[in-house]
Structure formats: C-alpha cells, structure tokens
Write a protein that binds this ligand. Sequence first.
Ligand code: WT7
Length: 640
Amino acid sequence: MSEAFGTTGVTPQRAGQYHDMVQEAAAHPEAFWLQQARGLTWHKQPTHASRSDFSGDVTVEWFADGRLNASENCLDRHLSTQPDKPALIWEGQEDGQREVLTYQQLHARVCRLANLMRRLGVKKGECVAIHLPMVAEGVIAMLACARIGAIHVVLFGGFSAEGLAERLTDSGAVLVLTANSARRGEKRIPSKVTIDDAIVRCGQSSCVKHVLVVPVTDDVVSMQSGRDLDYAEAVSQEAPECPAESMSALDPLFLLYTSGSTGRPKGLVHSTGGYMVWAAFTHATVFDHKPTDVFWCTADISWITGHTYVVYGPLANGGTIMVYEGLPSWPQPGRWWDVIDRNGVTTFYTSPTVVRAAMREDEAVVRSRSLKSLRILGTVGEPISPEAWHWFHDEVGKGQCAVVDTWWQTETGGVMITAAANAITPRPGAASLPLPGVAATLLDAQGVEVTGAGEGLLCMAQSWPGQAMTIWQDHARYRQTYFTTCPNHYFTGDGARREADGYYWITGRVDDVVNVSGHRIGTAEIEDAIATDHEVVESAAVGIPHDLKGQGLVVFVVPREAGVFHPSAVNSAVSKGVGRYAVPEKIYVVRDLPKTRSGKIVRRLLRKIAAHDLEGLGDLSTLADPDIVSELIAAVKEQQ
Ligand code: WT7
C-alpha cells in the first residue's frame, strides 16, 4: 500500500481538528460533551453531561436535567432555514417509483401520524411497534413516535410470528404499524398476516389495541374491525401540525432487540438526549458531513444502523437521506449503483457482505456506472477484508473516496472505532481508532489491562453519550451481561488486537454470538428453537467462516433415536421460532456433543471441526468422552 493511497482525502486541517477533539474530550469530558450537546435544540439545556458509573448497580446517565424532543431536532429546527431542502428521497424497487419529501413535507407527514396516534390513545412512555419495509412511512413512524414521546420498537420483517410475539409481549406495544405486504424482488412478504398471527400468539398478554396497515403493495388483506385501520385513509384526516412532547434526556427514545449469548432477545433502551447527541456527533464526524451531501445508509431501519444513520444522525444534521426499498441486484445486477447515480448519492454506507457480493459480479457491472457523485464510502457490521476494502475503494470509489470501516454495536448507539473520513489515515482491514470520548481498552482473561500493542477483550472504561441505558425491564440482566466479565468496564463481547500506535483490529465475538451477513444471531436462541423439535435431544449451533456471509451457521444435532430424524424439521423449527434468516447452512447429525466432565458443551471444538480446521484441537483429556472427537470429525466428513 503506497502512502499516497492510504492517505486519500486526509487533510492536515481536518486531521488537526480531529486530534484536538480527541484531546479535549479526554481532558475535559464534561465541557466537551456539553459543547457537543449545544449543537442540538433543547427545551432546557443540560447543565451537566455524564453521571454514569460502571461500578455497583451500573448507571448510564447523560444530560440528565436537559429536556428536548428528538423529532423537533430532526425536523422543526430545519424548517426556518431549509424548508424546501429534500429531507428524504425514496425509491421503490419497481422502475420509476420515486418520491422526494422536503423538510416541510416530512414534517407534515410526521405530524399527521403523530396526531393519529395520539387520537388512538397512545400515551407518552408507551411502546409502539414498527414492522415495515424500507418505505418512507418507516422513517415517518419513528419520528412520529418520538414526537409524542412514545417509545418505538422497530421489528425486522424477517422475524417469524413467534419472534414478533415475543418482542410484542416483552415491550407491551400498544400499537403496531405494518404493511399489507412487502416486496422482496419477486417475492411477497405477508407482513400483515404475520402480525395477525403474532398477536394471536401473544394471547392474553397482548397489549396491542390498534394495527395501522400501510398499503405498500396492492395486496388485499383482512382487517379486524375496531382494531385495524388503513394508514393512508386514517392519516389523511389529521392536521399537519402537532406540538411535540417535551422529554427528559433520560426518557427512552426507543427499544431495540438484539441477541446475546444466552436466553431471549434483550430490548436495549436508548435515551433521548445522550443518543441524539451521539447520533448527530458521530454522523458529522465519521462521515465528514457537508450540507450538500446525499447520505445513503443501506441498512434496514430495524437494525441500529438504520436508526442512527438512516434516520436520527443525518436528519439531526439537516442532511438529505436516501431510502431505497429494493435489493442490490434486482431486477438486474448494479441496481444500487443506479440508485447512486440517479440520486447523486455522496455518502454510501453499507456492509462488507454487500461489497463481497458485488465483487463477485462481472466487473463490467460496476465499471459501467459513473458513481462520480460519491465522496465517502463506509462499511459496518463485520470486519472487511483488506481485499474487499481495496475493491470498494478502487471500483466503487474509483480511487477518489475515503473509505471508513466503522466498528460499533446495538448497545453503543453509534460508531465507536473508525478512521474518521478525511481525518484519520485508514488501514484496510482495521477498525482503526476510537472516536473522541471513547475510552476503548483491552483486558486479558484475568481482567488486567493490556498496555501497548497486544490482544484482549475489547472493553470501554467509561460511558459515552450513545450508550444504551439498560435492558427493558431487566436492569439486573444489563449489569450481568455487560459489566461482570470485566468489572468496572463495559464488555463488548468482541476480542481485538491493538497495534503499538493504537489502531484496533477486531478479531470477532468471543461469546456465542454468530454474525451472519451482519445479522447478529445468538446460538442459544437457535438451540431453544430446535429444542421444540421432539426428535432432537440436544443441539449446538456454531459459526464457521463463510466466503459471502462472513460467518455461516452450522448446527450439530443429537437425535432421540438414530435413524428417525428429519433435518427439514430442524429447519422449520428455526424458521418458526426465530425467522428464516437464521436457518442453518448445514446440519450435522451426531451421536453426542463434546462436553466437559461438568457437562458444558465445548463449542471451541465444534467450531474447529465444522470449519475443517483440525490443527491444534488442544487438550482433549478434559472431555467426558474423548472418543467423540474422532466420531464428530468422521460425521462432518461423511455428511458433507
Ligand atoms: C457486532 C455488533 C453496529 C451496527 C451493525 C451490527 C460486529 C460490527 C464491525 C466492524 C468488525 C464488527 C461486532 C459487534 N461488528 N461492526 N466494523 N468490524 N466487527 O450491530 O447487531 O449490534 O452487532 O457486530 O462483533 O460486536 P450488532
């Protein structure tokens, strides 16, 4: 890598400003974050920044005495200066479907829905579930909830009815926004039917009083009278102005469910004040935001990336966002490149999985597009290989764009480690450096801090404004999950390596979480779903390296009776319990699982065996049944 190449876009001025911010945030965090907070509009300015504490019960508290409204920050405050600037450009997956909403228009649409929800009885502090594909209404719904102080819970379209029911019950959502159906290439996703099924499954515990059905396709769906309403018809009767609720900085803005290594999905609670400061600050800093930017984050709004970089970050900064409904290569390869060219996208933020898939297409596909509007490229969700990084830089960026790999998590609210565009020299394959105010550190297995170059558990020594405050209705679990592995630190669940000059390289999860195409899947959830199949005694899910998806999911199952076992039953149990996106790549039928004498499954062995990585299997003498290893190796070979 030549120096000239590596320093693409880094200017001494930006680099200097950035360096000053890092220094200032470390030396005077209170003053620094209060200063950043002034970039937002508050009903009452906060007088202090953090009152967070990682010891004892764990408190995460930012800007506690401040009051604000997130939707006002994304809309109203831009109305006086730029009412006619495009806020949201939407394109549907069919040719010619395009809509541009100015700030004025987006504001009006958000207000109408906010009024409707208020009229339907939604109260401040109640949860509203959003189960929509990538249509403008998804963004509108999030901002409308924020406007009336309702807590939104965006649910992924790929969850099964069972998965949705679990989240509806846990959040106690009183209203659901869904589509009649969604499009995915040739396929139709029966959104409304799945929600109906989910609500039935909630049974007595359902709090859902209304379902608003957005007409995304022309499919006709059944409507339950008194409960279900046609969105288009209902909002048309509402006024385009709606006073915003004044919220405490500590009031939850949203819950977002994510998977961990154990138990049920957890609803992480993000605050209104700290989260908004973090969203705006990181969007501006990481992507070197300019007022003329057209910002396209390709993530679905049901992921944290969609929350922070489709909606809250860019809109808080008065930017223009691109929302595209369709797949990268449907109806033909290069569809996303066309979206960039047609709409003058300047900043393109996507996942390594998308980059790897594009790399496999004929190079004429990307080379036949102009892509000259692009200025900044970004990736998130999993490590990007140096090879994919270079391809992204050379072929999509035509060698002219800054490329930022961004490491962060649902729990962190926004980017934490990156080579901020035009400020930090990136190293392809490295997540690079912590943002200002991010106290990243590495600890060894004994909880001792690693100094200088080395490898360890990636932790944060201090809170940052975007940190999730708790797990919905389970603070004990929050503390247990994140603050006990490394006492007095937030533990990310990732391992990392650090170079002598501070650059971080993420080595991957050290817990039982598998990352399939950037979708975080807890192996315990997969195993719980499989346990509903009575032909199976026990199972273990592990991740293995996968060329396209980053990681693939592999399951080992022990049948109750040898010979009477149907792999398809395992697939349908996963599809039913979790969702189709989590169906395993491969199922191996085995006599037993490798266990320690105390009965703990040795996943490390399963991972290696499934990946055909048979070097250094380590000490097998601690296994209850050491013979099982050669049996497993033979089974994997045989069932290839
Ligand atoms: C996990 C978080 C942040 C939004 C998308 C995923 C992995 C994320 C990177 C990266 C290496 C990454 C980590 C992390 N991860 N970004 N740039 N390089 N790994 O959010 O579903 O909460 O998953 O994704 O393992 O812990 P998430």
